[in-house]
Design a protein around this ligand. Structure first.
Ligand SMILES: Nc1nc2c(c(=O)[nH]1)N[C@H]1C(S)=C(S)[C@@H](COP(=O)(O)O)O[C@H]1N2
Ligand SMILES: [Mo]
Length: 263
């Protein structure tokens, strides 16, 4: 596996970071299926999710950083989960070509649509951070991530004032048959512009491997594992999620998970 050469890049150092966003860790997303859309339990939980979102946004400052760890705390490789191998021809061809033809599109409510090659992303400012990934399945993993701050890319795209959310579309699908859907995720502009939110192309000092989301996966460090989309090809700025798949802002959200997914 080739090593990442970071020397040319302007590295934004993380510095000593003490603030933790682990308050309210009891307010976890609920896992699994709790009933049809209009089910009273679901309605109650959705109401509770909205409260959780507001309370977390109030308690956790906009720029409060997720805890960062030291090199010695990386105990193992990043455990792969969910899709580990997008099977579309398009992805296969891109990977065969070393992702030379990969383009990250930035579209929607922006003044300046972007189509960025990996080289262009590599030549933008970079940030490296060692953080803990928490999956709702009950495991955590500490890993080192390197990538382009999303805020930098959003500045290049010039986000329109009507935009409220950032949607990330991925190359892989989950489920089967009629319930096979493209993986996608979203966050608000506060998390999108958060200093630790990066478009990661490096992991544990190596090029991001396929199983963990090559060539680009997003890290939103104050959110749970399912909010860390892998194999991202398009970023869309939107005002609402209406009309996007089933309208809840993410693949797992459409299955009933909490949208905010904060930790
Ligand atoms: N495109 C895509 N992104 C995804 C998933 C997925 O299946 N497809 N799974 C999510 C879940 S539930 C987790 S825990 C993490 C796993 O990331 P990892 O494989 O790097 O550990 O990716 C998230 N992002
Ligand atoms: Mo997960």
């Amino acid at each position: 596996m080739s090593r990442l050469h970071l020397s040319r890049r302007k590295l934004i150092t993380a510095g000593a970071v003490g603030a933790s966003s682990l308050i309210l860790s009891g307010c976890k997303a609920f896992d699994g299926w709790v009933g049809p859309r209009s089910h009273p339990v679901r309605d109650f939980l959705e109401g509770a999710n909205e409260v959780t979102y507001r309370v977390q946004r109030m308690l956790i400052g906009q720029d409060a950083l997720a805890r960062e760890y030291s090199e010695s705390e990386i105990r193992q490789g990043m455990r792969p989960n969910g899709s580990v191998d997008p099977t579309t021809i398009e992805y296969f061809n891109l990977e065969q070509g070393g992702f030379a033809d990969y383009r990250l599109r930035v579209t929607g409510l922006v003044e300046n649509e972007l189509s960025l090659s990996l080289n262009e992303l590599h030549n933008m400012p970079a940030r490296t951070q060692i953080t803990r990934h928490d999956c709702v399945e009950g495991w955590s993993c500490i890993a080192k991530w390197t990538g382009t701050p999303l805020s930098y890319v959003l500045d290049q795209a010039r986000v329109r004032p009507t935009a409220r959310f950032v949607v990330f579309y991925c190359y892989d699908s989950l489920g089967g048959g009629l319930t096979k859907y493209q993986y996608y995720e979203s966050c608000d502009l506060i998390d999108a512009r958060h200093p630790q939110t990066i478009l990661a192309y490096g992991m544990n000092d190596e090029v991001l491997p396929r199983r963990n989301g090559a060539p680009i996966r997003v890290r939103i460090e104050r959110a749970l594992g399912y909010k860390q989309p892998k194999f991202v090809h398009t970023i869309e700025l939107v005002e609402s999620f209406a009309g996007i798949h089933r309208g809840h802002g993410g693949y797992w959200e459409d299955e009933g998970y909490d949208w905010y997914g904060g930790i």
